[in-house]
Ligand binder design. Structure first.
Ligand SMILES: NC(=O)c1ccc[n+]([C@@H]2O[C@H](COP(=O)([O-])OP(=O)(O)OC[C@H]3O[C@@H](n4cnc5c(N)ncnc54)[C@H](O)[C@@H]3O)[C@@H](O)[C@H]2O)c1
Length: 269
C-alpha cells in the first residue's frame, strides 16, 4: 500500500546486494512511495548483476561506488546531481563489512590492518559521503540521511567482534556530522538500530541462528523484519519526521529496553 509519502523526492540508496538486503527492500518501498532513486554498490558487488533487476523494477540507474574511495563518492554524488537535475532529498547508508570476521579472527586477536579497513568501510564512509555531499551542496534543505546500525554499539555481543566498534563510530559520526549539516542546511542525520535480520551481512555473524532466536524471544513484539525496517526508513525520509535528527533510533520490537522475558526464563528453566 502506498501513502505517497515520498512523492517528488529523490535519493541515493547504498548497499542493495540481493533481494534479502535491507537496502533492496527499502529501495522497493521508496519507489512505491513515489521516490526517484539512484542505486549504488561496490563494483565487486555489482558484478553479481543482481542489482540490475532492482534497477529495472524501480526505474533507477546504477552508479558504482566503493565507499572507501573519495574519487568514487565524488563521482557518485556529481552524477546523481546530474541525473536528478539538481539537489536531492535523501541518502541511505546500508553498508557493513568486517574483514576480521571474514578471516575468522577473534576480537582479542584482530589484525589492525583489517580493522582499519573495517572501520573505513563500515563507519568512516558515512563521514566521507556526508562531507562530499556538503562540499557539493548536494542535499536540499530538510534532506534526510539514514545509516543502519546495531545495538552491539551499546551492549556486548561477543561474536559481533570489531563491528561493535565500527557501529559505535558510525553512530558518533551521525551525531557529530548531523550537528554541522543541521546548522548549515537543515539536513538531518539519524541511525536506525535494527533487529538481527537474515541477510548476507547478518548471516556472517558467528552463531547467527541462536542470536536471532534469542532476540525474537527477548522482544515483546518479536524481531523487526527487513520490510518493517524499510517502512520505518520511508518515514524518516518523509516530511512527517522533519524535526528528528542526531538520533539513534531503535527499531527492534522493544529488545533494547528489555531485561528478560517470560519466554527466556522458561527456556532457561
Ligand atoms: N542483517 C542484520 O542482522 C543487521 C542488523 C542491524 C544492522 N544491520 C546493518 O544493515 C546494513 C545493511 O546490511 P544487510 O543486513 O542488508 O546486509 P547486505 O550484505 O545485504 O548489505 C551490506 C552491503 O554493504 C555493501 N558494501 C560492502 N563493502 C562496500 C564498499 N566498500 N563500498 C560500498 N558498499 C559496500 C555490500 O556490497 C552490501 O550490499 C549494514 O550496515 C548492517 O550492518 C544489519
Amino acid at each position: 500500500m502506498s501513502y505517497n509519502l515520498l512523492k517528488g523526492k529523490k535519493g541515493i540508496i547504498f548497499g542493495a546486494l540481493d533481494e534479502k538486503s535491507i537496502a533492496w527492500i527499502t529501495a522497493l518501498r521508496c519507489f512505491e512511495e513515489g521516490a526517484q532513486i539512484v542505486l549504488t554498490n561496490a563494483p565487486v558487488a555489482l558484478r553479481m548483476g543482481e542489482i540490475n533487476k532492482l534497477a529495472e523494477t524501480t526505474n533507477s540507474i546504477v552508479i558504482p561506488c566503493d565507499v572507501t574511495s573519495s574519487a568514487d563518492v565524488e563521482n557518485l554524488i556529481s552524477k546523481s546531481i546530474e541525473h536528478f537535475g539538481g539537489q536531492f532529498d535523501f541518502i541511505l547508508h546500508s553498508i557493513g563489512m568486517s574483514l576480521n570476521v571474514r578471516k575468522g579472527k577473534s576480537y582479542t586477536e584482530i589484525d589492525y590492518g583489517f580493522n582499519a579497513k573495517t572501520l573505513d568501510i563500515s563507519a568512516v564512509s558515512l563521514h566521507r559521503v556526508l562531507a562530499t555531499a556538503m562540499k557539493m551542496d548536494a542535499l536540499k534543505e530538510w534532506g534526510s540521511v539514514v545509516a543502519l546500525t546495531y545495538i552491539a554499539a551499546q551492549r556486548v555481543f561477543p561474536d559481533y567482534n570489531e563491528m561493535a566498534d565500527a557501529k559505535a563510530l558510525l553512530e558518533s559520526i551521525a551525531r557529530s556530522f548531523g550537528y554541522h549539516y543541521g546548522i548549515k542546511n537543515k539536513v538531518r542525520v539519524n541511525t536506525v538500530s535494527q533487529s538481527p535480520t537474515r541477510t548476507t551481512a547478518g548471516s556472517g555473524v558467528k552463531g547467527f541462528d541462536g542470536f536471532i532466536d534469542y532476540a525474537e524471544k527477548m522482544s515483546p513484539l518479536g524481531n523487526a523484519s527487513a520490510e518493517d525496517c524499510a517502512n520505518y526508513i520511508v518515514t524518516l525520509f518523509s516530511d512527517l519526521t522533519k524535526m528528528v535528527t542526531l538520533q539513534n533510533l531503535f527499531h527492534d520490537g522493544g529488545f533494547s529496553s528489555m531485561g528478560v522475558t517470560q519466554g527466556v526464563i522458561e527456556k532457561m528453566g
